[in-house]
Design a protein around this ligand. Structure first.
Ligand code: ADP
Length: 285
């Protein structure tokens, strides 16, 4: 079932001024419940603008956005309810932590929903556990005593505590060291598997996309440039290169081998798959 549907969506910033910028132009797409989608494209291609339409933070200049069947521009559309369903995490969300303790920070959203204390506490514990932080150990600590990766998890927990159906993450691994990156991406995968959340991840990294998602939407200049299964998108390497995007390391290697005469499949994503495929072609196994 389609959870998010954009039809002919366009967004123009500062319309009618000399600074007018067309950020999105005629974008039509649909994201189903439970899908894990990567949104990729060069800087300025419209990724952040697009996701801010998913919970009504931005309004279409033209076209429409529907979430769970509700047209966000309709009179009487309950945007507070929509924002609860679609949790949006901006880049470096840990900068928005501000309470004295981790537990108080994660409780901020649910408390604003007017929930009872016991329900708030339950949601806080549940959300911290979901991001792999022990509530008893981390709850009382100051967020500012944590590592960068832990702070980011607390920020994610704050959104999860609202009980969203959709989680939208803008560059969730940006600025973390390789270990922190691997941890946070693993955590998001687990979340998706355990809760069946619909996840939209903005990334500029093709390698991250290859690891994380099954479907990729590639934006360029405010348009949908490609939209399909990751493997199919990576097959279009020449088109991707034309907009300054390169393939992840593994498919890039396979395409090079193929161009040098080794008849390998190129729709391969992981090192293990590459190994099997190369051995198959060399008939060593
Ligand atoms: P991305 O997330 O892919 O980098 P953005 O959605 O941030 O792309 O930006 C798309 C276009 O809209 C860019 O040309 C950018 O300069 C412009 N833009 C983004 N935010 C604003 C804003 N608040 N005011 C004016 N122009 C903006």
């Amino acid at each position: 079932m389609a959870l998010i549907e954009c039809e002919h969506l366009s967004h123009v910033y500062m319309q009618g001024t000399p600074l007018e910028t067309v950020a999105l132009s005629d974008v039509s797409l649909s994201i189903d419940e439970g899908e894990v989608v990567g949104l990729i494209g060069p800087t300025g291609s419209g990724k952040s603008t697009l996701v801010q339409h998913f919970n009504g933070l931005l309004k279409p200049t033209s076209g429409s956005v529907r979430v769970a069947g509700v047209d966000l521009a309709a009179k009487g559309a309950d945007l507070r309810q929509i924002r609860r369903h679609v949790g949006l995490l901006f880049q470096f969300p840990e900068y928005q932590l501000f309470e004295e303790t981790v537990a108080a920070d994660v409780a901020f959203g649910p408390r604003n929903l007017g929930l009872q204390d016991a329900e708030v506490r339950e949601r806080v514990d549940d959300a911290l556990e979901l991001v792999g932080l022990d509530p008893a150990a981390y709850g009382p600590r100051s967020p500012f005593s944590l590592s960068g990766g832990e702070m980011r998890r607390v920020a994610i927990a704050g959104v999860l505590a609202m009980g969203p159906q959709v989680l939208v993450l803008d560059e969730p691994a940006a600025g973390l060291d390789p270990r922190g990156k691997e941890d946070i991406l693993g955590q998001i995968r687990t979340l998706q598997q355990q809760r069946g959340l619909t996840v939209v991840i903005i990334t500029h990294s093709m390698d991250e996309a290859a690891q994380m998602v099954r479907r990729l939407i590639v934006l360029d200049g405010g348009h949908v440039f490609l939209d399909g299964p990751v493997r199919a998108v990576f097959e279009r390497s020449a088109e991707l290169r034309s907009i300054g995007m390169d393939l992840p390391a593994v498919p890039r290697l396979m395409q090079r081998l193929k161009s040098r005469g080794l008849a390998v499949r190129t729709d391969v994503l992981t090192v293990d798959e590459a190994r099997t495929e190369i051995l198959r072609v060399l008939q060593w196994n």
